[in-house]
Design a binder for this molecule. Structure first.
Ligand code: SGN
Ligand code: CA
Length: 567
């Protein structure tokens, strides 16, 4: 009996131990499961170029160029037809993207303002949430980047060949072509320098295709024999449009300079300038605006020499081989009027689009890298540009206006976990939405002070526009008087209409029917039958201004708030 009891005890102890082992292993396997299930935060790759219009992207139907790698992002993700900038120049757009706020609240109303880096930005919040953050490439905000574990940025506008960078405070010069160098640095950071145990958020920003549009050495002369289709309104005379359209300084005919912009210069001119100014370290480009008014060939040579002196001997050979024919043609033909505009347009396109060849290639390298490392589908890839650009529409280059070609930004997003490949949307999006959207994907609370909204309801819903989505987008441009002389203005765009008010030294309104007149050739503000429509749109404009805490600086503040309160 005693033995039996002992046996029984032993069996019981063994049994209970077995149960304990079973329970423990169950517990651990459950834990393992939850560990596996805990969603890995997505990586973020924010790609932004400078001055890249949707009209030079084949996924947007361009008839000028093929951009296969950008098209891949669109095909495997979503394309926005109606993404708009808050203020169509560089620093103001970049500051709005970082802060999710309009210019009057983030302080960067024009390119001369210095960004206050102590402000709340989305990279700072991602960093706090455990992301490894970096910014590589064009920055152009005057102050040093904040909120990034690693930063390596171009000073100011940067250079195309053998560019300088400021890397974590130290200035370095790097051999190579700017688009290739930026990509090399981006891939190196992804591959070697980041803490791979954390998700990454990389802000990868190109200088190309910014003025004065210099293609990679391997692409110099590549498009020299191509003849590009001209925009229908290349010879626009601005009839029926207001003072702002008449008085701008961005016409191909007079404001696009032959030497600086179109590289019409002989070897002799550049080399002899170099000899005369051997010890001259002046930064001629910084003085470009003052020179612009003088607009003398000698000054343009000075500016171009600034580019030339950074080139290697081999690059100089490629350069002259590419531009010799163009230079000779210019001097032999003595073109005038429409013929001159047409000639300038073709050569402008050859260089602007030439920059895009290396841009598209390089974006392909980054996509391939992520794919090879198995990170492609776990990375939210955003492609955009700081604003659009005129490619001869209205006879113009540059941006600044609230007109469509420069107000619209490209926006592609790839993230197959929630975004249906091949989606296309007409929903109204704005650059102030980028920060809230990325924070939303990262599971970070969107701060109340950000004025944009998360685009996820559109992105994750096959691009369908939710019923309660915004009905208009708001715009405000301030940089006047300055480069290109575009007068100050603000306005709204709905799906159908665009209402613009030019203020400061003029007081003029413009109204366009975007469905009937997508090229904005006919201002219908003064047509009597539009009276009611204009009243409605002005009311909507006031609502938008009150929503974003903005107003017309020419209006007395109390009058403005009074009128908003009345409605
Ligand atoms: C430079 C350009 C201008 C351009 C501004 C702003 N001139 O000053 O044509 O509008 O940049 O561009 S250049 O002769 O120096 O190239 S932005 O994209 O940075 O806003
Ligand atoms: Ca720009």
């Amino acid at each position: 009996m005693l033995i039996n009891m002992k046996k029984l005890n032993l069996v019981f102890t063994l049994f209970s131990r077995l149960i304990l082992v079973l329970l423990l292993s169950l517990h651990f396997s459950c834990n393992k499961k939850t560990e596996k299930k805990a969603p890995k935060k997505p990586n973020i790759l924010f790609i932004m170029t400078d001055d890249h219009t949707t009209n030079a992207m084949s996924c947007y139907g361009s008839n000028l160029i093929e951009t296969p790698n950008l098209d891949r992002i669109a095909k495997e993700g979503i394309l926005f037809n109606n993404c708009f900038v808050n203020n169509s120049i560089c620093a103001p757009s970049r500051a709005a993207i970082l802060t999710g706020k309009f210019s009057h609240l983030n302080g960067v109303t024009d390119n001369a303002k210095v960004f206050d880096g102590s402000q709340l930005t989305y990279p700072k919040l991602l960093q706090k949430a455990g992301y490894q953050t970096s910014v590589i490439g064009k920055w152009h905000l005057g102050s040093a980047p904040t909120g990034f574990d690693y930063w390596c940025v171009l000073p100011g506008q940067g250079d195309y060949y053998q560019p300088d960078f400021i890397e974590m405070g130290d200035t370095i010069q790097v051999d190579g072509y700017v688009t290739d160098v930026i990509t090399g640095k981006a891939i190196k950071w992804l591959d070697k320098d980041r803490d791979a145990s954390k998700p990454f958020a990389m802000v990868y920003q190109h200088k190309a295709p910014h003025r004065n549009w210099i293609p990679a050495p391997r692409h110099l002369g590549k498009l020299e024999d191509v003849v590009f289709p001209e925009p229908e309104n290349l010879y626009d005379d601005y009839e029926g449009r207001g003072t702002a359209a008449h008085e701008q300084e961005m016409e191909l005919s007079v404001d696009l300079w032959t030497v600086w912009d179109l590289k019409v210069a002989t070897r002799e001119q550049l080399e002899s300038f170099g000899k005369e100014h051997k010890d001259d370290n002046e930064n001629f480009q910084e003085k470009a605006h003052d020179m612009a008014t003088a607009n003398k060939k000698e000054d343009e040579i000075k500016m171009l020499y600034n580019v030339f002196k950074r080139m290697t001997e081999a690059q100089k050979e490629l350069w002259f081989k590419a531009y010799e024919g163009r230079t000779n043609e210019f001097y032999s033909k003595d073109l005038k009027g429409k013929e001159l505009i047409s000639w300038k347009y073709q050569n402008y396109m050859r260089d602007y689009l030439g920059c895009l060849l290396s841009l598209d290639e390089n974006i392909g390298h980054v996509l391939d890298y992520l794919e090879e490392k198995g990170e492609l589908d776990n990375t939210i890839i955003v492609y955009t540009s700081d604003q659009g650009f005129f490619l001869g529409e209205h006879g113009w280059f540059d941006k600044r206006f609230m007109y469509e070609e420069v107000y619209r930004m490209p926006l592609l997003v790839r993230y197959p976990k929630t975004i249906e490949p091949g989606s296309v949307t007409d929903a109204l999006a704005m650059n102030i939405d980028f920060a809230p959207t990325l924070l939303d994907y990262a599971g970070v609370e969107i701060p109340k002070e950000m004025q944009g909204v998360s685009l996820r309801p559109v992105l994750d819903n096959h691009g369908k526009t939710p019923d309660d989505w915004r009905k208009s987008s708001y715009y405000h441009y301030y940089e006047y008087p300055s480069w290109h002389s575009v007068k100050r203005h603000y306005g709204i765009r709905t799906q159908k209409y665009k209402l613009i008010h030019f203020y400061n030294d003029i007081d003029e309104w413009e109204l366009y029917d975007m469905e009937k007149d997508p090229q904005e050739m006919k201002n219908i503000y003064n047509e009597p039958e539009n009276k009611e429509l204009i009243e409605e749109l002005k009311l909507e404009l006031k609502k938008q201004q009150s929503l974003y805490q903005d107003h017309d600086p020419d209006e007395k503040e109390h009058e403005f708030f009074h009128s908003v309160m009345e409605h």
